[in-house]
Design a protein around this ligand. Structure first.
Ligand code: GDP
Ligand code: IMO
Ligand code: MG
Length: 444
């Protein structure tokens, strides 16, 4: 399950729903830049722990492709335990890389240094942690587990990073011994969770258990396939699941994309369908579009089918979950970007050059709104005709079926058209669709 736009599509809610029929849920990339909100009796905000954690029987895995900030992870574990939600089924890959204090400092300082070239990062040290992984100066969970290794590595690395902090950014140096003491404490608390997660997943595959790979961020924030340089430093696309979890591509059966019924983006970078006026403000207010991690206001715009088609292609999507349909409830008319105009020519595809994308003008088709609340709809038959037409239009534009429609933040505010884990591949809204009750047990 991946984000099909620029993140915050409502992946947390959809993962929580799908986790009911999953035996294992795996986060395979990203770090505490992610913010996934789940509304189940109360509101949970998760950054690193897979959204399957609310189900007591579900194994949750933080894979090798993630970057782990132990301070934030331990806080998250404590918060869940305080609410009597057990984390005993949580496992952390020993190969995941660890975010260190200098990563956070360098992320913040480099954003300030970039001035008008800034990315608008979450300042959680994500980019610098992945940069060290590539540069081969990173510290992994397994290194954290060996006190002598950690001491040696951190002494060397902090002395090296202090040169950057002091000389490049004019910041005070870090004390290696203080960082060692701090991280050795984290290590002891994390030790019971650490495992060879590739092996663990292989056992689950051999036993033919259901594994759900939960992407963080979204397709357009992908380091390779997103709107570079305005991206995150990992691979949120479906292909990233294999690398970031240590499983082969033949083990993955289906790919589900999550997209909002409109578009949002946090941080810098081009956004062709952005609405800077009243409609954008209304979407932001109704959709409560404030970042879960940083509290920043999200930029809002119309649904962009060029992005949708691109996400279908890059991720090989079988089906879609469309979220936040209810946010459009009050609109008289709704626009959908069906293609772009680029340098005077019609352009059907999503351009790979971010500079070209910045020159794209959306070509819209306008659909009538439904001006009725959808928040109590639980089946396709409950939806106003215009809402159904809107969904059909999106599915046609992207040429993939819609499996789930979300009409509110709560677990029950969902229309399941087809169970994306077990259901047969079937065209959206075809004549014989019989919506399945979300609370129905769909375990194999
Ligand atoms: P994620 O990062 O993809 O997990 O998404 P976020 O949790 O950051 O942002 C999605 C926000 O929308 C959260 O506050 C959810 O509670 C909320 N949400 C999810 N689905 C719906 C929906 O269908 N309608 C409304 N109104 N809110 C939703
Ligand atoms: P979830 O999982 C939305 C954005 C940041 C910035 C860019 C790079 O909740 O969908 P980073 O700190 O990763 O180096 O920032 O990526 N970004 C997100 N935007 N949702 C997220 O996660 C994001 N994680 C990072 O705003 O533009
Ligand atoms: Mg989010």
């Amino acid at each position: 399950m991946i984000g099909a736009q620029w993140g915050d599509e409502g992946k947390g809610k959809i993962t929580d729903l799908l986790s009911k029929s999953a035996d294992v849920v795996v986060r395979y990339q990203g770090g505490v830049n992610a913010g996934h909100t789940l509304v189940v009796q109360q509101t949970f905000k998760l950054h690193l722990i897979p959204s399957g954690i609310l189900y007591p029987g579900t194994q949750c895995v933080i894979g090798n492709g993630t970057v782990i900030d132990p301070q934030v992870l331990l806080r998250e574990i404590d918060q869940l335990e305080a609410l009597e939600i057990s984390t005993k089924n949580l496992k952390i890959s020993e190969n995941a890389h660890v975010t260190m204090p200098y990563h956070r400092l360098i992320d913040q300082a480099s954003e300030a240094h970039r001035g008008t070239h800034k990315i608008g990062t979450t300042k959680r040290g994500i980019g610098p942690t992945y940069a060290d992984k590539s540069e081969r100066t990173g510290i992994r969970v397994i290194d954290l587990m060996e006190p002598e290794t950690l001491r040696k590595q951190l002494r060397w690395t902090i002395n090296y990073k202090n040169v950057i902090l002091e000389k490049l950014y004019a910041l005070p140096p870090l004390d290696p011994e203080a960082a060692i003491a701090e991280y050795l404490e984290y290590a002891e608390r994390l030790r019971p969770y650490v495992a060879d997660c590739g092996l663990l997943l292989d056992e689950a595959i051999q036993q033919r258990r259901n594994i759900l790979f939960e992407g963080a961020q979204g397709t357009l924030l992908d380091l390779d396939h997103g709107t570079y340089p305005y991206v995150t430093s990992s691979n949120p696309v479906a292909g990233g699941a294999c690398v970031g979890a240590g499983v082969g591509p033949t083990t993955i059966d289906r790919a589900l994309g999550v997209a909002k019924a409109y578009t949002t983006r946090v941080g810098e970078g081009p956004f062709p369908t952005e609405l800077l006026g009243d409609v954008g403000k209304m979407l932001g207010a109704r959709g409560a579009e404030f970042g879960t991690t940083t509290g920043r206001q999200r930029r809002c715009g119309w649904f962009d089918a060029a992005i949708g088609r691109y996400a279908v292609r890059i991720n090989g999507l079988d089906c879609l979950a469309i979220t936040k349909l209810d946010v459009l409830d009050s609109l008289e008319e709704i626009k959908v970007c069906v293609a772009y105009e680029l340098d005077g020519q019609r352009c059907e595809y999503f351009p790979r050059s971010t500079r070209k994308l910045a020159r794209c003008q959306p070509i819209y088709e306008t659909l009538p709104g439904w001006q009725r609340s959808t928040t109590d709809c639980r089946s396709l038959a409950d939806l106003p005709g215009a809402a159904l037409d809107y969904l059909k239009f999106l599915a046609e534009l992207m040429a993939v079926p819609i499996a789930i429609v979300s009409v509110g933040a709560k677990r029950e505010q969902t229309i399941i058209i087809e169970d994306p884990i077990h259901g047969p591949k079937r065209a959206l809204l075809s004549a014989n669709v019989s919506p399945v009750d979300v609370n129905q047990e769909v375990k194999r």
